[in-house]
Design a protein around this ligand. Structure first.
Ligand SMILES: CC(C)(COP(=O)(O)OP(=O)(O)OC[C@H]1O[C@@H](n2cnc3c(N)ncnc32)[C@H](O)[C@@H]1OP(=O)(O)O)[C@@H](O)C(=O)NCCC(=O)NCCS
Length: 156
């Protein structure tokens, strides 16, 4: 299978936060933002492999800034590592107050492991990742460590 670049599947998705997604004080529920992150990771993985994909794992989810009703959130996601049937996607969420001219801030970050499934619902091979920059190589090496740790822990 031909390798594909990181930029081939890189994805950006934005959404305005609505009152139904928040608590009575206007703070958006973490799960609402995680859903957008999961959607974005899904698109990245699906673009890369062209198969059905499911979420198998989320690592290092960090909530760094609060998100309020009427904020714009932008999920930026790209592949960092690819195994045989699994793909690790880094998702960064920026929050922006559209009432002011302040710059967007990073509100959440996480790594989503997505697994490609064939028509029978079984894990299936995905294309490799073509690494084109030093940053991509560094991220790939870290992703490979998380992948190997999961494999080692599973054997225990
Ligand atoms: C994800 C799933 C398909 C894996 O099935 P499985 O029988 O465990 O398959 P395998 O053990 O062969 O693993 C397949 C790949 O997934 C990876 N994987 C499976 N579970 C994982 C986990 N918890 N964390 C990280 N990677 C995982 C494996 O490392 C393997 O990667 P590789 O092929 O790149 O080496 C299965 O656990 C599942 O269906 N889970 C529910 C998924 C779901 O419904 N998500 C929410 C809705 S989208």
């Amino acid at each position: 299978m031909k390798k594909k670049s990181v930029k081939f599947s890189k994805t950006v998705m934005s959404q305005i936060m609505l009152p139904g997604q928040a608590n009575p004080s206007g703070n958006v529920h973490g799960g609402e933002i995680m859903k957008q992150m999961d959607n974005t990771a899904y698109v990245v993985a699906r673009k890369h492999c062209r198969n059905n994909v499911v979420t198998a794992r989320v690592d290092e989810m960090q909530f760094l800034k609060p998100v309020f009703v009427d904020n714009l959130i932008t999920c930026r996601a790209h592949l960092v590592f690819v195994g045989h049937s699994s793909m690790e996607v880094r998702v960064r969420v920026e929050v922006e107050n559209l009432e002011t001219s302040e710059q967007p801030e990073v509100a959440l970050t996480a790594y989503f492991t997505m697994v490609a499934l064939d028509e029978a619902g079984k894990p299936t091979a995905v294309p490799g990742l073509k690494l084109e920059t030093e940053k991509q190589k560094r991220e790939y090496a870290k992703g490979k460590k998380r992948y190997q740790k999961y494999k080692n822990d599973k054997q225990k």
